[in-house]
Structure formats: structure tokens, C-alpha cells
Design a protein around this ligand. Structure first.
Ligand SMILES: [Cu+2]
Length: 480
């Protein structure tokens, strides 16, 4: 059990959204949008201070808090813990000076079974007033979440929720199983041996895995990598109206930008600005808001889908079916049924290629990046069943119209020669030593495809990619 203490400060700021699909982003084609949000992060774990700047009781930090005014972005910092932890969030209200708004704010931990007094719904409890005098300590409130269930949650301000949520006051909240809760489900780690389930070695689970590689207390919820996909939508007229001190009628909501982790395509492909640099020593959270999924073939990856928008999102994933391992921070009932029926692997579980995610819902989608080479490589390179190879077809297309051949984005793809994954080189490389089958790219997107736009320009909006690289152990493929 740990006590995890976060400090969040409510304030305003601006985000920039792309209006063109060009990479790198074209500075002149970006739309500045006024937002609200929380800044700050993890302050203490137990009694160990992680970020001393967040100590609001220390007068020498008062000017540092003042500097945070106007720095809000979307989403707000990630909050996480494990089953049995006590998660505290101390809220400070720095105000919204650009709009001259002096509203109170709260933290509502959506899905958490907390007492009314710390639920953050101001109509039945209270709001935190603005810090006016920076020579004195701020008025604060500290919220407690006594975590009992693993899963994907979110938090948001609940003051005048129609406006404050639209303005961006939300962030991800993740609860992992603990080693203890896993052990109660028969999942244990044996030093020097690996992970065991009911005493049986689980060879597919990495020896370096921790309790943070399971979504739930269930062996089938294991993942190698995880991604939070926090979806939301923006009506820039509403944001402009708030910035100008106007009165926007919420029923006139008509969004023109759709976001994944606060960004619209093609920004979704870029490294997230809130992710700590490796080695910076400021890594406060094991998960982040990267929206570009980058895995190896054969890996299991978890998508923690969170919809904070006001519209239902049909989230569609190319390449594979996903398995629904959880919804709204509850393990899928099919996990329990298939366990009773003694089914193996993901047999009997809920599968799909589109998850319909309503506002305020969360889904945990697990995907195995299966290897497509056995079925497709021979056809792509050599052709089969009297059909010419894809390589041959693409050469012809390239002669007729070079623009018809896709440019694979050069960012953040980390390979030496981008052309080798495109079309010509793979055709000349039948050897297994030079397997240019990789990387593979798959889109995932809102299947209300008009929302794959930025103010009407396609492609944009809620679209991002999954990149799968070659597996660690490359099997040798011959072309027979
Ligand atoms: Cu608020």
C-alpha cells in the first residue's frame, strides 16, 4: 500500500491545433484555442517528496505557483495508483485570468466510489475558491480516492461541468492491480523463474513485468505495453466565446476539432509534449499521453480508451480484432465465464474491431500484434494464384502516377531509410537477413469519418497510427 499525493492547480492556457495534415506541422496553419485545465502532478509517495515545487505550504514556492498561471493544456496530468493505495489530490485554484473568470473548481474522480464530500460535485459539496493573495497560503481542498478496483478511470472538474469539461479540465486516472491482488487470483512472480499462474510458468509474460503489466486481476489481462487514448471534442466558437467573456449556449455545441490526448492528427503521430524526456529524472508517471502506438510484432498492447467528449465515438482499429478485457474499471464478465468454462487464451472473450464509446465511458482493449508475414509476404513479393505480386502492381502504378504511392510519415518512425518500407525495396529483398516487411502501419480512428477532419480538412481529428516492428527473434522466411 502506498500513499500517492498529487497536487493539481486549476488555471487556463492555450493549445494549438493543426489545420493541415502536413508533417512537420506548418506553423502558419495552426489554430490557437483557449482552454482550461489542471497543471502539477505527483507531489509525494508515502513521505518521500517527488516534486518539492508542489509543496503549496512552502512560501518560497508561491512565486512558482504564480508562474503556472496560464500554462494549462489538454489533457491534465495523469494520476495513477494500484489497488489498496490511497490517492490524494490537493486542488489549488489559480484562476482563469485571460477570461477574467473567478469560478471555483473541483476534482471529480469519475467512477471512483468516494464519499459525497470528496466527490467534486459542487452542488452537493463544495468548490475550491481562487488563490487571491500570493503572500499567503492558498485555499486548498484535498480529495481522497481509496482505490479498490483496478481499471481505467478519469478525473475532471465538475463545476459548471458543461463549460469546464468542454474547456478541457480532465485527465486520465489509472488503477493497477497490486502484487497482492494478483496473488489472490493465482498470479505470482517467482524470482529467477518468471511469472506463474496457478503454479504454472507463463512463458509469454516478460520476466521484467510488474503488477503494472496487468489491467485486472486476471492472467488474460497481461500486456507488454499500454496506451491511454483520451478522446474529446472541441467547438472553437465556444472556446472563443469564453475567452471573450461571452455567454455561449451549450445546446449550440457543434464541434470542429476532435482530439486524441488533446491533439488532432497529424499531431497525434508526434511525441507528446507532456512526456518526460528519458533521463530527465522527472518521470512522475509510468504511463503518458503518447498517442502513436509503437510496438513489436508479437507484443500484447492495451488501449485504455476514455471518452471525455460530448459525442459517442465509434473507435475503429485496423489490422486486428481487439479483446475487451474491461469496461468502466470492471473486468469483462466474459473473463469470468471463460475461466469457469476452462477456455484457453482469449477464447470466449468479447472481441471486435469497433468499440462504441459514449461520453464518460472507458474501455480496456487488448490487442496482440500478430505476425502477418506467413500469409502475405510471399504474395506481396512474388505473387501467387496467377495474380501478379503487389510489388509488380505498385511499380506499374508508380509509372502511371507516383503520387498514388503513399508517403509513410517520417516522424516519429525511427528507421534509417523510410523508402525501404515503402514499395520498391521490399520487392528486391527476398532474403530473410534483410526483412523489409517491417515496420507495418495501421490506422485507428473515429469511424464517424467526418470527425477525422480539422475544421473540415481531411485527414485530421481523431486519427492515429499503430506501428509494428519486427519481432525480437526474426524467423527466417524463404520464398518457395
Ligand atoms: Cu472548473
Amino acid at each position: 500500500m502506498s500513499v500517492r499525493h498529487y497536487v493539481l492547480a486549476a488555471t487556463d492556457g492555450f493549445i494549438e491545433l493543426p489545420t493541415s495534415p502536413e508533417l512537420p506541422p506548418v506553423e502558419t496553419e495552426r489554430r490557437k484555442v483557449y482552454v482550461f485545465g489542471f497543471v502539477g502532478g505527483l507531489f509525494k509517495i508515502n513521505n518521500k517528496v517527488v516534486n518539492e515545487d508542489l509543496d503549496w505550504t512552502n512560501p518560497s514556492n508561491f512565486p512558482k505557483f504564480k508562474e503556472l498561471i496560464g500554462t494549462a493544456t489538454i489533457p491534465s496530468p495523469m494520476v495513477c495508483g494500484k489497488i489498496g493505495d490511497k490517492v490524494y489530490i490537493t486542488l489549488i485554484n489559480l484562476g482563469m485570468p485571460t477570461a477574467g473568470i473567478m469560478d471555483t473548481h473541483t476534482v471529480h474522480m469519475h467512477g471512483a466510489h468516494v464519499a459525497t464530500q470528496v466527490d467534486g460535485f459542487p452542488e452537493t459539496s463544495f468548490g475550491v475558491p481562487m488563490w487571491m493573495d500570493f503572500d499567503r497560503k492558498p485555499p486548498v481542498a484535498t480529495y481522497l480516492f481509496d482505490t479498490q478496483h483496478a481499471g481505467t478511470y478519469m478525473y475532471h472538474c465538475h463545476v459548471e461541468a458543461s463549460e469546464h469539461i468542454q474547456m478541457g479540465m480532465y485527465g486520465g486516472l489509472v488503477v493497477y492491480p497490486s502484487m497482492k491482488s494478483l496473488a489472490l487470483a493465482g498470479i505470482t512472480k517467482s524470482p529467477g523463474c518468471g511469472w506463474l499462474y496457478k503454479g504454472k510458468l507463463q512463458e509469454h509474460i516478460s520476466k521484467t513485468a510488474t503488477n503494472r503489466n496487468f489491467a485486472y486481476n486476471d492472467i488474460r489481462s497481461y500486456f507488454d505495453k499500454e496506451y491511454v487514448m483520451l478522446l474529446s471534442d472541441i467547438d472553437t466558437r465556444w472556446h472563443d466565446s469564453v475567452e471573450a467573456g461571452g455567454n455561449f449556449n451549450p445546446v449550440d455545441f457543434k464541434p470542429d476539432f476532435w482530439l486524441v490526448n488533446g491533439r488532432a492528427f497529424p499531431d497525434t503521430l508526434l511525441p507528446h509534449p507532456l512526456t518526460s524526456k528519458v533521463g530527465s529524472g522527472k518521470k512522475v508517471s509510468p504511463i503518458n499521453y503518447e498517442s502513436y502506438v509503437h510496438v513489436k510484432t508479437g507484443e500484447m498492447f492495451l488501449l485504455r480508451m476514455i471518452n471525455m467528449g460530448y459525442q459517442v465515438v465509434p473507435w475503429h482499429i485496423h489490422g486486428w480484432h481487439f479483446t475487451v478485457v474491461g469496461k468502466d474499471a470492471e473486468p469483462s464478465p466474459f473473463l469470468i465465464i471463460s475461466e469457469k468454462l476452462e477456455l484457453h487464451g482469449h477464447e470466449g472473450l468479447e472481441r471486435g474491431f469497433t468499440a462504441t464509446i459514449g461520453s464518460g465511458e472507458t474501455f480496456d482493449l487488448l490487442i496482440e500484434a500478430e505476425d502477418k508475414r506467413p500469409e502475405y509476404r510471399n504474395y506481396i513479393v512474388n505473387g501467387q494464384d496467377c495474380i501478379a505480386s503487389v510489388c509488380k502492381q505498385m511499380r506499374k502504378i508508380n509509372i502511371i502516377d507516383p503520387n498514388a504511392i503513399a508517403d509513410i510519415p517520417t516522424q516519429p518512425v525511427n528507421i534509417n531509410n523510410i523508402q525501404t518500407v515503402n514499395y520498391v525495396e521490399i520487392c528486391n529483398e527476398p532474403s530473410c537477413d534483410n526483412d523489409n516487411f517491417f515496420p507495418q502501419f495501421y490506422p485507428m480512428h473515429n469511424h464517424d469519418d467526418y470527425k477525422v477532419t480539422n475544421n473540415g480538412v481531411y485527414p485530421g481529428g481523431q486519427l492515429t497510427y499503430i506501428q509494428t516492428d519486427a519481432p525480437d527473434k526474426k524467423p527466417c522466411h524463404t520464398n518457395e
